[in-house]
Design a binder for this molecule. Sequence first.
Ligand code: SF4
Length: 317
Amino acid sequence: MLGLKADWSLEVFERYFTIGDYAGGEARWCPGCGDHGVLTAAQRVLRDEQQKPELSVCVSGIGCSSRMPHYLGTYGFHGLHGRALPLACGIKSRRPDLDVWVATGDGDCFSIGTAHWIHALRYNMNMTLMVFDNAIYGLTKAQTSPTSPIGLKTSTHPFGAIINPHNPLTVTLGITNVSFVAQVVDWNPPLLYETLKAAYQHRGTGFVRIIQRCPVYAEKVSKELQADPSRFLLLEHEKGIPVDPSVQRQFPQRTEHDPSDLTRAFQLATDQSKIPVGLIYHNPVAPCYEDLSSQGSEMTPQERLERFEAVLDRSTI
Ligand code: SF4
């Protein structure tokens, strides 16, 4: 930004980013889709952190939520089905200075991308991982997903899904070196914002499962949850997600939970009678793979070529 000083010389002000600086194309999700709120929350986090848009990248796989790189005014990479995380890890390895956001869904991450989900969490690279979980395949029109509840009528199970849904929290908590696990709903904007901000500020992979409304194909799932806030358990702690009275009013069931307690985190994730929201587990000192894998990224192309040839020479017979 430029300003004219009293002596008619030009002064360069520090850049200040507004929400508009993080706006990409017009979001084409359905009206009432929970994805809109997640996009807004992510944009607010970027604005409040004053992160340079040109030093941020949003990576996705395939699915409704994976449209996010088109709508966020940063760099973006709309990848292949289930492959958001290996792309994000590759970017972080070579450009650790970039701020990486991953947008993936229950079908993308918990089904075809399962192996990547497990290994990326173990690598614990510094990124914000948003899993938009709407319990259905939305983009491909209502097939049963790994988190569809029993009885949900879908195009692949017209009489209702027949096996228990996957529990992404227990799987995530069981991954070696996991460092940040949170759960939130898309229809509580203050909690959603604070949770994404905490995941963003965490050094490591900030895994956030977002229970997300799909009013077109899985309306029953989110309507039932919205109608009964007592099904949720709000986690409160000085080391957890900050919650204000407006959030507390929305969740009548609350409990103190120290997010460094992995044993209790498992208990909360396993208990089917209540859905925990807030920070379930946090280990701020878990090692990050990019601290090793990004070594040498400052080398010149010539230095890289010489190193590469030296490696090849070692195999010369
Ligand atoms: Fe959102 Fe569902 Fe529409 Fe996809 S189909 S954009 S998840 S409401």
